[in-house]
Design a protein around this ligand. Structure first.
Ligand SMILES: [Zn+2]
Length: 214
């Protein structure tokens, strides 16, 4: 069940909390993004939870910054999705290069941006967060943690991995907002979000690709 996967947040060296454009609806509604980021804090190991609990409101509130940014930053839109069915005849896991530089060399940046870059961008944010930890920069740690929670959340939304992201090709227009905003808002209080403690992940790149594709 999809919701169960939400908290499989990536843990690089130290930690981690962890639409083709404006016309694409937000990934998860604001309610769900904020809930996901907030609850992720409680899955962290003891040595990390103190810092994150102190900043729980920041992590919660800023869970939706990447969506807000889409209205101001042109490059933001493709970071939230990937139209896997565009590549489906090529078996995306085997064929699409998992490393950004390789993907750009093979497909060009324009093509990748046209069909979404969430798996590659998630890796980038992960790297930025790891660097922020190394620099002990508290502001950046919080900023990238909140962002990472957002992109990881987006990567788990099935409607963010399809060209038919709003049911527009199958006469189901509006399903996007219904599925990711309305339904969680109505029933989310009864969901069981707890899926155990955050795990240490060795190969984060492959992990990101795996959860997006499964
Ligand atoms: Zn998003």
């Amino acid at each position: 069940m999809r919701y169960k996967n939400l908290f499989r947040f990536i843990i690089p060296i130290v930690i981690v909390l962890a639409g083709s454009a404006l016309y694409k609806a937000n990934a998860w509604g604001f309610w769900a993004h904020q809930r996901i980021n907030r609850l992720a804090v409680f899955s962290l190991p003891p040595e990390m939870i103190v810092f994150y609990k102190k900043n729980l409101e920041y992590i919660t509130e800023h869970a939706v910054d990447p969506d807000k940014r889409r209205y101001a930053v042109a490059e933001e839109a493709p970071r939230h999705f990937i139209d896997l069915d565009h590549y489906v005849h090529e078996r995306p896991y085997d064929i699409l290069p998992h490393k950004w530089e390789d993907a750009v060399a093979e497909r060009t940046e324009d093509t990748l941006n046209a069909y979404g870059i969430v798996p590659w961008h998630t890796q980038k944010v992960l790297w930025q967060l790891t660097k922020a930890f190394e620099e002990r920069d508290q502001y950046k740690i919080l900023h990238y943690s909140a962002d990472l929670g957002h992109y990881v959340g987006d990567g788990h939304v099935p409607l963010h991995t399809s060209e038919n992201y709003n049911g527009q090709m199958t006469n189901q227009k509006g399903i996007h907002g219904f599925w990711e905003s309305r339904v969680p808002e109505l029933f989310g209080d009864n969901y069981d979000f707890w899926v155990g403690k955050a795990q240490y992940i060795d190969n984060t790149r492959e992990y990101v690709w795996k959860y997006i594709l499964e």
